[in-house]
Design a protein around this ligand. Structure first.
Ligand code: IDP
Ligand code: MG
Length: 149
């Protein structure tokens, strides 16, 4: 089953939106298989955002993600990556549709509340960065047949 990494970013935690954001994913039917509250190190931030190194916003991005604690989630479902990205909305909140997390709570790109992996391959890479194998728990959800046919 496909998995994705979600980060409830520092602005969302500071604004008390952690529960609201997790609630949306949980109610959609994405199964939580890992979750933790943590302060991000500069080293982890640099590895996570390696593809953006050298871009004008890179230093600000690393400063933002390391500025205050985050909540990270490993979620699982069929087409999990695309489902979560659609729920998160466009990178720039001004372009994000109402009903998406960024479209409902965000104002600008440098404070866009949540991260979601952009492909199944990125999902695997990012989950391995943020979670140890022991921190990911496979479990049988009793409502599973009512979510996946
Ligand atoms: P994504 O989070 O929607 O996948 P990416 O293009 O992968 O967007 O960028 C990663 C993160 O970098 C964004 O979520 C946002 O926090 C930040 N970012 C991207 N573009 C800009 C920008 O132009 N200015 C400031 N921050 C940016
Ligand atoms: Mg991205």
């Amino acid at each position: 089953m496909e998995r994705t990494l979600i980060i409830v970013k520092p602005d969302a935690v500071q604004r008390g939106l952690t529960g609201e954001i997790i609630r949306r994913f949980e109610q959609r039917g994405l199964k939580i298989v890992g979750m933790k509250f943590m302060q991000v190190s500069r080293e982890l931030a640099q590895k996570h955002y390696a593809e953006h190194e050298g871009k004008p916003f890179y230093e600000g991005l690393v400063a933002y993600i390391t500025s205050s604690p985050v909540v990270v989630l490993a979620l699982e479902a069929k087409n999990c990556v695309e489902l979560a990205r659609n729920m998160i909305g466009k990178t720039k909140p001004v372009e994000a549709l109402p009903g998406t997390i960024r479209g409902d709570f965000g104002v600008e790109v440098g404070r866009n509340l949540v991260h979601g992996s952009d492909s199944p391959t990125s999902g695997e890479r990012e989950l391995a960065l943020w979670f140890t194998p022991q921190e990911l728990t496979g479990w049988a959800r009793v409502v599973e047949p009512w979510i996946h046919e």
